[in-house]
Design a protein around this ligand. Structure first.
Ligand code: ZN
Length: 238
């Protein structure tokens, strides 16, 4: 739990970053506190409500007016509805428990060897700025008693946690915890490399900067050689 680290690198880009250009400061939706989600029923026990389309549309119209735009301008007429529909997708991971994908398991008796899945692409939304961050997740685990999951299930798990208002550090931890919990893996390493639109199009405008986070669980915390081997295979130098 305490072995997470964060490294900034300034020498790589991954070509990611479709951006929405809204600066969220100073908006109001007149409908109470900041989130678009009421404290309604939860799909997964994490306390998230459902995505409220009409409320998003009203908020986006208000946002457009607040930045000095005319929400009734022809090019913007459909924008609130488009944003609302995009939110259904972008925040769709709030309606599920992404760790459940990992319960699709099969046994490969005797296999205790490392399983590594590299370059799982994801897109997420930075919860501090509501701007996208995109990148790749690398997952490595040591199966217990040959119990492994489908490769696509790991990708689904990553996607589920990514499709929420997120922090890269938390995303990394949640994926590692899910693998440890659902597969009872003997060891887990998750590394995420991402480019943050909130860093490239605002603030310090650090174009090309790459944020790398990792989470290490179980055996990899004690066995330095195993950890180095895993990171080498992932392509990260420790
Ligand atoms: Zn941000």
């Amino acid at each position: 739990m305490n072995d997470d680290k964060m490294i900034d690198e300034n020498c790589r880009t991954n070509g990611a970053g479709h951006g929405t250009a809204h600066d969220p400061r100073g908006t109001a939706n007149g409908a109470g506190h900041g989130t678009a989600h009421g404290p309604r029923g939860t799909a997964n026990g994490e306390g998230f409500g459902t995505v409220d389309g009409p409320r998003i549309e009203a908020a986006i119209r208000e946002l457009l007016a607040a930045i000095g735009e005319d929400p009734n301008r022809e090019g913007l007429l459909e924008t609130p509805n488009r944003v609302a529909r995009a939110c259904q997708e972008v925040f769709g991971g709030m309606q599920e428990d992404p760790s459940l994908h990992l319960l699709k398991q099969f046994d490969e008796p005797g296999n205790e060897e490392m399983v590594i899945v590299k370059d799982i692409p994801f897109s997420s939304m930075c919860e501090h700025h509501l701007l996208p961050f995109t990148g790749r997740a690398h997952v490595c685990y040591l199966p217990r008693n040959g119990r492994i999951t489908g490769l696509s299930k790991l990708a689904r798990c990553v996607e589920g946690y990514a499709r929420r208002p997120q922090l890269q550090e938390r995303l990394t931890r949640q994926i590692a915890d899910a693998i440890e919990l659902r597969l009872r893996a003997r060891g887990v390493i998750v590394v995420i490399e991402a480019t943050h639109t909130c860093m490239t199009m605002r603030g310090i405008r650090a174009a090309g900067s790459l944020t790398v986070t990792s989470a290490v669980r179980g055996w990899f915390m004690q066995d330095l050689k195993a950890r180095e081997e895993a990171l080498r295979l992932i392509g990260i130098r420790s």
